[in-house]
Design a protein around this ligand. Structure first.
Ligand code: PEP
Length: 252
């Protein structure tokens, strides 16, 4: 089962948080399978979280990896290191990294290759700014981000793309579900037509997803799931959102 619902905990967490989150999650999740779920904690807590999650087959991933395997790169972590800790995926190119840490599509491309070399599924984040959205440049901007990021990474064995409009992240605003659906359709078309050797597993939506709007998003044909920041910090809310998606997947 491919990744369909991923928690991005950003710069939040502690060992105590991991335990409390797990209590909230496991007492509310109703599905039989955990394999469509992923959590990206701060890297420092990957190992501890793995222990807290125990035998439940929830995938654990990182929020970032370095573009190099080894070297004099103080403070960085590599794809092989997260693999060593049991991670199966990494978020790559989140807009916060693009904006705050000046990550370009060229850097992101190198990170995608690092992930693939280590059998780590990359979740490539793409998204337009508010100005680009208002100027109707969304499709153009996303197409360019995808083409540039995949330019030298055109044989990835697995890939998840997360469409995350920058203006929707943490703002309480989202495009309407039909708009997101048509963006996802375009993303799938671009990847399948221009990069036929890439194994695109799913296209997730991210940006202010919560318990209230989850169903209206997941009902759309081309929205395969979600990457969730704020609402994923509460184990109970994340479980209730997972139940909604799980129910729809069972009906399919
Ligand atoms: C994110 O940052 O990946 C995200 C989707 O955040 P939020 O759900 O808080 O908008």
């Amino acid at each position: 089962m491919s990744l369909r619902l991923v928690a991005n905990w950003k710069l939040n967490g502690s060992r105590e948080f991991n335990h409390e989150w797990a209590l909230g999650f496991f007492s509310n999740f109703k599905g039989n399978s955990f394999t469509f779920l992923g959590i990206a904690p701060a890297s420092l807590y990957i190992d501890h979280l793995r222990g807290v999650i125990g035998d439940h087959d929830i995938k654990i991933g990182s929020q970032n990896i370095d573009l190099m395997e080894t070297g004099a790169r103080t403070g960085e972590i590599s794809a092989s290191m997260i693999k060593d800790l049991g991670c199966t995926f990494s978020i790559i190119g989140h807009s916060e990294r693009r904006i705050l840490f000046q990550e370009t599509n060229e850097i992101i491309c190198k990170k995608l290759i690092q992930a693939d070399n280590n059998s780590v599924t990359p979740i490539l984040c793409v998204g337009e700014s508010a100005e680009e959205n208002q100027s109707n440049f969304t499709f153009k901007v996303l197409e360019q981000q995808i083409i540039e990021a995949l330019d030298d990474a055109d044989e990835l064995s697995s890939l998840v793309i997360a469409y995350e409009p920058v203006w929707a992240i943490g703002s309480g605003k989202t495009p309407n579900p039909e708009e997101i659906n048509s963006v996802h359709e375009m993303i799938k078309d671009v990847v399948q037509s221009r990069f036929p050797k890439i194994g695109l597993e799913s296209v997730l939506y991210g940006g202010s997803v919560n318990l209230k709007n989850a169903l209206s998003l997941f009902e759309q044909k081309n929205i395969d799931g979600a990457l969730i920041g704020g609402a994923s910090l509460d184990g109970r809310e994340f479980a209730l959102i997972a139940n909604i998606l799980n129910e729809l997947m069972v009906q399919q």
